[in-house]
Design a protein around this ligand. Structure first.
Ligand SMILES: Cc1ncc(COP(=O)(O)O)c(C=O)c1O
Length: 560
């Protein structure tokens, strides 16, 4: 080897080392920017989930899985039996028809199963069966097939912002306006023009595209960001829901890995560092609902193994975070997408952009915007919405959909958007947070006065129930609430969604029923506590149980 070759050799070596150090540093930065919970590590979460054994409690264990003494277990069994008889009598026809339909509706089988932690599922399904059918809605109530009227806290997954009667009217009035055209697709009814005008004004953006669901709107927004930036990856934040498309759901629930997705910690400098150093990031997706519980998944009662559910909504802190995120995205040419499918039109007339005072490049809307019919919308800056390139005719970004801009949906949306322009709508939005914060205070004061270990927390009209003392039975509250005439969605007490037409009197009735339900649950002994019963101890005992069941099932398998 002559001197020049040796030098070149060392030079190459040094360059290779420098490259690997830089790659390693970026890798470490990415690891640091992941949330430390399992939700922040989708691959590990999926692997661990595959290890969770299936087992359930028999009647004895069901009532004392927390180590409660026999006297308490007896009270719990009596309470459970009473509740079960009440369900059988009161919801007879509704549960019968639900069970019948469930045979062939896979969605019902799923929502029926995931209501409580799986160890309790078998006995709960047998004795407190799901009643998932309703006959009618009226004001803030829904009526089931047995004629029971319940206050609606499901909010229809967030669609119901102004009350069911409002949507019945928007659908009817809208249908009348497009009846002459009927379901002609591909060509537009001219009222689409007014919808676009309103949506541009609300979003502050230049163009609009119509889709059939929130999931599709998010898919399109991300696809456009990838097309225009020519970069591969999307960033989503830990816990945030953006629909069920694989790329935005990299963890549990999606059987395939999402290779073009980074899940980072929200409200974290480490996440901003990743945005500033990686060159492959096309867009950042934000679901402003996460302001209520940053980095945690939507709270569902099937995950209520203990009382660790926590919320910490701080509007100013979240707004400050969004501003920092906005700056980092602008600096790096990353597309900032606000996914307002849930919170748009619920927090403020101008949506989360107005509420938090930060502008996005693309915004997705859905749910209530359809005026009661299915919808997904993307609003965006002109340069990002374009689906072809003038200088490369074969380089396009395709997005079509048979039912996009369906005349009936456009018409119901038009009624919805016109209502937003009225003084009544202005009045509704003006005092929104004050009204709902006050109601939270009222209910919490009543719960505290009764020394009940429950509290509610909110982001405006979106509420969640928190549990103040360690317990394995918090998920039972959903059944007591239903028995008091409060309709909850299948995820139970994790998300109570109020429509804005709740009057103080309606709310007072809900508060009475909530308190009565919590008292009944306490009196039946479910919130028994002891100094040894901490959240940590609960988690440890469940883990131990799982390991034992796993070992036992392995041993059984080896025997055969
Ligand atoms: C923030 C957000 N994005 C997207 C979606 C998906 O919308 P859809 O259920 O209409 O597909 C949802 C649904 O809950 C949502 O909350």
């Amino acid at each position: 080897m002559d001197g020049t070759t040796t030098l070149a050799f060392y030079g190459l070596g040094a360059a290779a080392v420098a490259t690997s150090v830089a790659t390693l540093r970026k890798r470490l930065e990415l690891s640091r920017a992941k949330h430390r919970s399992l939700a922040g590590h989708s691959r590990i979460a999926r692997r661990l989930a595959a290890l969770v054994p299936s087992y359930d409690y028999d009647e004895d264990r069901f009532s004392c899985s927390d180590g409660a003494p026999e006297a308490i277990a007896v009270r719990r069994r009596a309470g459970f039996a009473r509740l079960s008889s009440l369900y059988r009598a009161r919801f007879a026809e509704t549960t019968r028809r639900t069970a019948e339909a469930s045979e062939a509706i896979s969605d019902l089988q799923f929502t029926g199963a995931y209501r409580v932690p799986f160890q309790f599922r078998r006995l709960v399904q047998a004795h407190l069966p799901a009643a998932a059918m309703v006959q009618s809605s009226n004001g803030v109530t829904v009526t089931d097939l047995d004629g029971n009227r319940s206050y609606d806290l499901t909010g229809s997954y967030g669609v119901n912002v102004f009350g069911y009667d409002f949507y019945k009217e928007t659908i009817e009035r809208g249908a009348a306006r497009v009846r002459e055209l009927g379901p002609v697709l591909g060509l537009y009814h001219p009222l689409i023009v007014e919808n676009v005008k309103y949506l541009k004004a609300i979003s502050g953006l230049d163009e609009v595209s119509f889709h059939m669901s929130g999931t599709e709107a998010v898919m399109q927004a991300v696809r456009l960001a990838r097309y225009h930036t020519r970069r591969s990856h999307l960033v989503r934040f830990c816990g945030a829901y953006h629909g069920w498309w694989g790329d935005v759901q990299p963890g549990l629930g999606n059987p395939a890995p999402a290779r073009g997705t980074y899940t980072l910690t929200e409200m974290s400098e480490d996440a901003l560092r990743v945005l500033r150093t990686r060159r492959n990031i096309a867009c950042v997706l934000v679901n402003p609902l996460q302001a209520l519980h940053p980095n945690a998944a939507a709270p569902s009662d099937s995950a209520l193994a203990d009382s660790a559910r926590a919320v910490h909504f701080d509007r100013d802190a979240y707004a400050a975070w969004l501003k920092r995120l906005r700056a980092a995205c602008s600096e790096r040419g990353i597309v900032l997408i606000f996914d307002e499918v849930f919170v748009g039109f619920r927090l403020a007339k101008g949506g989360a952009q107005d509420y938090f005072g930060v502008r996005a490049d693309l915004v997705t809307y859905g749910k209530t915007l359809g005026g009661g019919l299915p919808i997904g919308v993307v609003c965006g800056r002109r340069n990002l919405m374009k689906r072809f390139r003038d200088d490369r005719p074969a380089d396009i970004c395709l997005a079509r959909g048979t039912f996009n801009a369906h005349p009936y949906v456009m018409a119901a949306m038009n009624e919805f958007l016109r209502y937003l322009q009225t003084p009544q709508a202005d009045a509704l939005y003006r005092d929104l947070d004050r009204i709902w914060d006050k109601r939270v205070e009222l209910l919490n004061a009543r719960l505290a006065a009764e020394a009940l270990p429950v509290e509610v927390a909110n982001l405006s009209s979106i509420w969640t129930v928190c549990y103040m003392q360690p317990s394995r039975y918090n998920w039972m509250l959903q059944y007591y609430l239903r028995s008091e005439g409060l309709a909850l969605s299948w995820i139970g007490t994790g998300r109570l969604i109020f429509s804005l037409n709740y009057t103080d009197a309606d709310f007072a009735a809900v508060a009475d029923r909530f308190v009565a339900a919590a008292k009944a649950m306490r009196d039946d002994g479910w919130w028994w506590s002891s100094p040894a019963l901490t959240n940590k101890a609960i988690r440890r005992s469940i883990l131990k149980e799982m390991v034992l069941h796993r070992l036992f099932s392995l041993r059984e398998r080896n025997k055969h």
